[in-house]
Design a protein around this ligand. Structure first.
Ligand code: FPP
Length: 251
């Protein structure tokens, strides 16, 4: 039997995969457990996905770990989730280094609890020279927050007479987004788990031409095979970027 992995064309890999990890709460509820048990179980899926992506040769993976809107959840869930993030990030730094994976983060990081912020920065510094793959954590992130930050940045440039309003280009704007500031290209593939069909304020500008892939699998159940399946599906698509099919086909 052909392995799903063998169906992947390594010459046509998405350069950047972004993932909305959803369904942890429902996964736990189905088992009669607290929501945090679902988040804890989601860490295995994070590990498997990161490992599978690095093995394949994917260059960037972005995980939506905590949205700006998640701050509205009950305090005990936020506290437990933050603790889980601190512990996981610290514990996994060694493995990231062993696998030559660089960790970076996007979002309103200053709003994170102090220990979470400090641990995150430590891991970011410790893995800064790694080159095989970049793992981007979106933490306290929302696209609308990021877009407003970019607008403020551009407005400041206008005020400083560095740019005229009528000369502002799409590139000027995207250069001010947190992903561009870190040298992260736009995602080619966006995956959302748990049978929800929303973007939830995630990378709105950057996914303008991303291929979208939705799966009913709940995040804690997501494994390497699920990632392979998403990539195989992605590789069957024709990415036209607004052009006609004929225009993009080699003659
Ligand atoms: C969404 O499920 C998931 C989250 C808000 C948190 C994701 C966090 C982890 C998997 C923890 C580890 C992450 C890293 C990067 C170390 P949900 O709670 O919205 O689930 P529901 O829709 O079923 O309620």
């Amino acid at each position: 039997m052909i392995d799903l992995k063998d169906k992947i064309d390594l010459n046509k890999l998405p350069q950047h995969i972004a993932i909305i990890m959803d369904g942890n709460g429902r996964w736990a509820k189905k088992r009669g457990k607290l929501r945090i048990f679902g988040h804890e179980s989601g860490v295995k899926a994070v590990r498997e996905t990161t490992e599978a992506a690095a093995e394949l040769g994917i260059k960037y993976i972005t995980l939506y770990a905590f949205s700006t809107e998640n701050w509205d959840r009950p305090k005990y869930e936020i506290d437990a989730l933050m603790q889980l993030l601190v512990n996981t990030i610290s514990k996994e730094t060694k493995t990231l280094n062993e696998n030559n994976i660089k960790l970076v983060a996007i979002g309103d990081l200053k709003s994170l609890p102090k220990d979470c912020y400090q641990n995150l920065n430590k891991s970011i510094e410790n893995t800064a020279n790694n080159t095989r793959m970049t793992l981007v954590l979106a933490l306290s992130y929302s696209s609308k927050w990021e877009i407003i930050e970019a607008v403020k940045n551009i407005a400041q440039k206008v005020q400083n007479n560095q740019i005229l309003p009528q000369n502002i280009t799409q590139n000027d704007f995207s250069d001010c987004l947190s992903t561009s500031l870190l040298g992260i290209p736009d995602p080619d593939l966006l995956i959302r788990t748990s049978d929800e069909y929303r973007i939830s304020n995630f990378l709105l500008w950057q996914i303008a031409y991303a291929e979208l892939y939705f799966t009913p699998t709940l995040w804690p159940d997501f494994r390497k095979e699920d990632l392979y399946e998403a990539i195989v599906n992605y590789q069957k698509r024709e990415r036209r970027f607004g052009k006609t099919s004929e225009q993009i086909k080699p003659i």
